[in-house]
Design a protein around this ligand. Structure first.
Ligand code: AMP
Length: 284
């Protein structure tokens, strides 16, 4: 029988373990997640293991980042399967904070970043990034790692967290990991299990459409035309479009030039039935 993974739920116990590792001069990396772990999450952990001596993974389905009517109550929570995956990677510590300790009665602190949170996913989910900023700040202050790793799958979130950490002087290095995909190109996501068979078969067309657009950008076709064609293609393939936007790779500012002459990223969010899929692709 394999040994169970060391798991803590209380901040006090977490800090005790971290303090011990600090005494032992261990470099600590942290991978925050909402669980329902897949190979994308595992790629973050593997990357963390390359750069640190100890890796802490958190699983916390954060209520403050879900909007009204979103999938907070139905979000998958397969804790035993998650633990088995963490054990298979020799993860050093699992942190599973409780909602009660994270957000005790009368909790009233909010964190809001202006600017970066108001477009792309922030346009459709106006309270989402404030919830992410709050939980990530709390988790970073609880764990106090040397490095925290985030996926480029949530690229806007990554940029927001980098800014947050910079502006609040949180002493942690933020590293990012490329999008991990299924063999057919679909970006891995805990929400992919919501897709039925027909939707799952249709879903890779999102990435294929982004790839086609990337080729057209490289051929210097007009930006407006490429975006319009890609939007049409997505709609024809059964996606309901939330957004498809080309933005600066670093600042996420809108690109208004007729042709591409700067590092950019193409961002998409679409619905297949009720399931929202996001993806992005670098256009260099
Ligand atoms: P989540 O559990 O969805 O909150 O994701 C936890 C972390 O895993 C975030 O930093 C995500 O960006 C990252 N992540 C999720 N899916 C992927 C993926 N397919 N490839 C790389 N990173 C991912």
């Amino acid at each position: 029988m394999t040994a169970p993974i060391k798991t803590v739920s209380q901040i006090k116990k977490l800090r005790k373990q971290v303090a011990l590792w600090r005494e032992q001069k261990q470099k600590i990396a942290f991978v925050p997640t909402m669980g329902a772990l897949h190979d994308g999450h595992l790629s973050l952990i593997k990357q963390a293991q390359k750069t640190a001596d100890k890796v802490i993974v958190s699983i916390f389905v954060n209520p403050t980042q879900f909007g009204v009517g979103e999938d907070l109550s139905s979000y998958p929570r397969p804790l035993d399967a998650d633990k088995a995956k963490l054990i298979s990677l020799n993860t050093d510590l699992l942190y599973t904070p409780t909602s009660e300790e994270m957000y005790p009665a009368n909790f009233s602190t909010t964190i809001h970043l202006d600017g970066l949170t108001s477009f792309l996913c922030g346009g459709t989910r106006p309270t989402h990034f404030d919830g992410v900023a709050l939980v990530v700040t709390k988790l970073l202050l609880q764990v106090m790692p040397d490095i925290a790793l985030f996926g480029q799958k949530d690229y806007q979130q990554l940029m927001i967290i980098k800014k947050l950490v910079r502006e609040l002087d949180i002493p942690v290095q933020i590293d990012s990991v490329p999008i991990f995909r299924e063999a057919d190109g679909l970006a891995m996501s805990s929400r992919n299990i919501y897709l039925d068979k027909v939707q799952r078969a249709a879903a890779p067309a999102l990435y294929q459409t982004l790839m086609k657009a990337r080729t057209q950008f490289k051929e210097q076709d007009a930006i407006e035309d490429i975006i319009m064609q890609a939007k049409c293609a997505l709609t024809q393939q059964g996606f309901k479009l939330d957004y498809l936007e080309l933005r600066d790779n670093e600042t996420l500012a809108e690109i208004t030039a007729p042709h591409l002459n700067q590092p950019a990223r193409l961002f998409a969010a679409v619905y297949l039935g009720k399931t929202r899929l996001i993806d992005n692709i670098e256009i260099s």
